[in-house]
Each structure stands twice: as structure tokens, then as C-alpha cells.
Write a protein that binds this ligand. Structure first.
Ligand code: 6PG
Length: 459
């Protein structure tokens, strides 16, 4: 397979560097002349820039794979431009953050022209793209077999295994990637909330918090996200000002988290911490507005000292709950006939190179190898093993945040998720009776499934 790449933005260019470093010849096209100029100055061996897509296709003999590293909204136009130039053995691979439903449509369209399609989620940002990303693939199986060696060569590796997996028909790779991103949002915000509680309730300055996080890197709660969070908290500009005290607080998003929530709603799967993280991003549009009302007189103002903070367990608990929610959504998506993949492969794809990578996920993946069933017992066994001795203190940490007026929607929703499943409560019973009272909806006994008819059901 000869390689043609369209789009040399930060992802495309770094993927190209990765491929040429593995001795592949890459022909490429980039529309933006400034980017082209700067890449020409870099003078990369085996990377040949062409002036138009037509020229790119002419100079790359068939059979060829055309890699699209473009924003999601540019993919359809690019595919329709390419269709006329391609041959039946060619493959188009979309490497962007596309919606899985669009990948399914694109495969159908290309099939009519006898062109194969792959929808490929790539994680790790531009650094990962250059040094070895995680790769999540969906689309034509035979097309994949023809090009898998290229992707395995450039992917991240752990214990000689590639973080590069095929998940089934078109859409599956991008679906796995969007769930990866939903979990990514929840973990990022979980760490941000923990940091905020440590700062304002426990009186820890930027350097101390960074140090506390750094210490956890030696444990099984370690992760790439924890590592970068510890670094960014204490990073300073040239005037010795902390970036964390300087940066604008509106959070941007590219839409993958919202797609994860839509899929969860459609499948009836609960992913509250992912939802809370996306919701916070939307609310952050208003973070700057100063409210006329403040709630300072309702909150605990004294700082909390001298209490044990089980940071390793707090982080593990929250990461495990958020990860579990995302994995459960993937598991439930198997009811869609176009998806059929197993959880082992998800762990493999997320074992290295991606934003979710870390010791916590490798630990959970090892446990899964024995348990082989992604059910609530599995979540419970993980939390029992890692957190049971500190569980009261995990609750206390959240409570101290709340008592101090510190928002912690992701931490709270993880705990509520866990308690809804594993603690004794009568929430379901109360709501069923409320529904029965005003709507006369049928209700049944939990003991024997027999109908219950309270007096209010007789009009
Ligand atoms: C990754 C990232 C990557 C990118 C997204 C993040 O896995 O490498 O998820 O795809 O950073 O843009 O999403 P937001 O822009 O929505 O934060």
C-alpha cells in the first residue's frame, strides 16, 4: 500500500514524521501555504509535498491508502473530491475525531464506488502522533488487513504489544474514541476538583499540591493525566507567575463528550460523571460573570488541617468509577448490530499512547483478565481491593469540599453512582409509588413480581 496523506496540521504532520521514521514513503497535500512553507523548511526525508489532491493521487500509485487528517467538518467535501480519482483497491481512512454515525454513512457511500473505508480514532495529541499514538479502528476488515502493519508500526507499544486495535465495522473505531474522550473529560475534571479542594479547603498552595500529585505517580493510581496535572499546577511564566492563576477559565470542547452522552441516553446507560464534566464545560461559558449574590456566609470558612487525605485512593476511586461508566457504555453498544467488540481489546487500545493511559488502567485491565465480566461486582471488587480501608476518608474529602462551598460535580457523581448501586436506599421504591399515585402506573412487588394495588389506584 502506498501512502497519501491529506492535512498536515499538528496531528497530520506528526503522524507523517512518525511514518517516515519507520521508513515509509509519505506523499502529502496541505492546503495552507504557510504550513507548507514551514514544512518545506524542515526538509523531511521521504515526505513529499504535492500541490493539489489530484497531483497527490497521480503521484501515489494504486493500491494506496489515503489518510485524512482533517477537521471533522471537512471530511465529506474531501471524500467527494477524491471519489473521482480513486481505484477500487484504494482505501480512504479518516483519522479525525469524527462522529461514528458519519463514519457508517461514509462507508456506505464509498462502497457504492468500490472504495474501502476505515474510520480511525487516534489518541495522544501531536506528541503521541509523532512518538506512538493509540489507534482505534473500524471499517472494512479486508482493507484493515492490508494496512494494519503500517498502523501497528507507528502505534504506541507496551510489553511489545501495540495499542492498536480493530473493533469491527465502520463507526466502531470512532465510537471507541469518543467514549475514550468522554472518560478523558471526567478524569480531567476529577483531578481539577481534587486540586481545588486541596487548595481551598486544605490550604495547599500550587507547589504543595503539585508535589502531592507527583507522589501519587509512584502508585497504582498513576496516569498520564495525573502527571501533566502535577506539572501544570506548579508551572510558571517568565515573571514567576503561575499559569494556573493567569489562564482564562472558559473550557473549550470539540463535541466528542456531547456525542458520548447522546449515545448513553439512547442506550439507557448511566454515565453521570462524564455528563457532569461535559455540563461543566457548557457552564464555564458563564464562569466569568460575577453573580450579585454570593454564598460565602453559608459555607465553612475555616481551613481543615491535620486530617489524613488518602489521595491515592481518592484518585483511584474516581478514575475507576468514571472508566467503568464509559466501558459499560461500550459494552451496552453491542446491541447495535454494527458493533461487536470485546472489552479486552479496549484495554489493549488504551494501554499506551492515549490520554487515558496509566498504571490505574493497566491494574484494572489485569483484574479484568481474571474476572472476565464487566459487571457491578467487578467494579465493587476493584474498589474493595484498592479503597475499602480509606472509604470513609474518601467520603470525608468530598464532604469537606461541599462544606467549604467548593463545586465537585464529578467527585460527587462518582460517589452517588457507587452508592446508588451498592448502598441500601429506597429511592426506587419512593419514585415508583409517586408514579403510581398520580399516573396509576402499574407497580409490582419486589418479592414475587405480583402486582400491588395501593388504595389510591381505586378512583
Ligand atoms: C486525544 C484527545 C484529542 C483532543 C481532543 C480533546 O485522545 O488525543 O482526546 O482527541 O485533545 O480535542 O477534546 P476537547 O477539545 O473536546 O477537549
Amino acid at each position: 500500500m502506498n501512502i497519501a496523506l491529506i492535512g498536515l496540521g499538528s496531528m497530520g504532520y506528526n503522524l507523517a514524521k512518525n511514518m517516515v521514521s519507520k521508513n515509509y514513503q509519505v506523499n502529502a497535500y496541505e492546503k495552507n501555504k504557510l504550513i507548507v512553507e514551514s514544512i518545506n523548511n524542515d526538509n523531511i526525508k521521504n515526505l513529499c509535498l504535492l500541490n493539489t489532491t489530484k497531483e497527490l493521487i497521480d503521484k501515489t500509485p494504486s493500491p494506496r491508502i489515503i489518510l485524512l487528517s482533517l477537521p471533522a467538518n471537512k471530511i465529506d467535501k474531501c471524500i467527494s473530491d477524491l471519489i473521482n480519482y480513486l481505484n477500487p483497491k484504494d482505501i480512504i481512512a479518516d483519522l479525525g475525531n469524527s462522529l461514528y454515525l458519519h463514519s457508517i454513512e461514509r462507508e456506505k457511500l464509498l462502497k457504492d464506488h468500490n472504495i474501502s473505508f476505515l474510520g480511525i480514532g487516534i489518541s495522544g495529541g501531536p506528541r503521541g502522533a509523532k512518538d506512538g499514538p493509540a489507534i482505534m479502528v473500524g471499517g472494512s476488515k479486508s482493507a484493515w488487513e492490508n494496512v494494519r502493519c503500517i498502523f501497528e508500526d507507528i502505534s504506541a507499544k507496551i510489553d511489545n504489544k501495540s495499542a492498536c486495535c480493530y473493533f469491527g465495522s465502520a463507526g466502531s473505531g470512532h465510537f471507541v474514541k469518543l467514549i475514550h474522550n468522554g472518560i478523558e473529560y471526567a478524569l480531567m475534571q476529577g483531578l481539577a476538583e481534587i486540586s481545588n479542594i486541596l487548595e481551598h479547603a486544605y490550604n495547599m498552595d500550587n507547589d504543595l499540591r503539585a508535589k502531592k500529585f507527583e507522589e501519587i505517580l509512584k502508585t497504582q493510581s498513576s496516569s498520564f493525566l495525573l502527571k501533566i496535572t502535577s506539572e501544570i499546577i506548579s508551572a510558571q511564566n517568565n515573571n514567576s507567575q503561575y499559569f494556573i492563576d493567569e489562564v482564562d477559565n472558559k473550557i473549550e470542547q470539540n463535541g466528542t463528550g456531547i456525542w458520548a452522552i447522546k449515545a448513553a441516553l439512547e442506550l439507557g446507560v448511566s454515565i453521570p460523571s462524564i455528563y457532569e464534566a461535559v455540563s461543566t464545560r457548557s457552564l464555564s461559558n458563564n464562569f466569568k460573570q460575577k453573580s450579585k449574590v454570593n454564598n460565602n456566609d453559608q459555607i465553612l470558612s475555616e481551613k481543615i488541617d491535620d486530617v489524613e487525605i488518602p489521595l491515592e485512593e481518592i484518585i483511584f476511586f474516581n478514575f475507576a468509577c468514571s472508566l467503568y461508566q464509559g466501558l459499560n457504555l461500550i459494552k451496552k453498544s453491542n446491541v447495535w448490530d454494527f458493533f461487536d467488540y470485546n472489552i479486552d481489546d479496549i484495554f489493549q487500545a488504551w494501554s499506551a499512547g492515549c490520554i487515558l493511559q496509566g498504571d490505574y488502567i493497566n491494574f484494572i485491565s489485569q483484574k479484568y483478565e481474571n474476572h472476565k465480566n464487566l459487571n457491578f461486582e467487578f467494579l465493587h471488587s476493584l474498589i474493595e481491593e484498592k479503597c475499602s480501608k480509606k472509604f470513609k476518608l474518601i467520603r470525608e474529602f468530598n464532604s469537606n469540599g461541599i462544606r467549604s462551598g467548593l463545586p465537585c460535580p464529578v467527585l460527587s457523581s462518582n460517589l452517588a453512582y457507587y452508592d446508588l448501586i451498592f448502598s441500601n436506599h429506597k429511592i426506587g421504591e419512593t419514585i415508583q409509588l409517586q408514579r403510581s399515585f398520580f399516573g396509576l402506573h402499574p407497580i409490582k412487588s419486589k418479592k414475587d413480581d405480583n402486582k400491588i394495588k395501593p388504595y389510591w389506584t381505586k378512583l
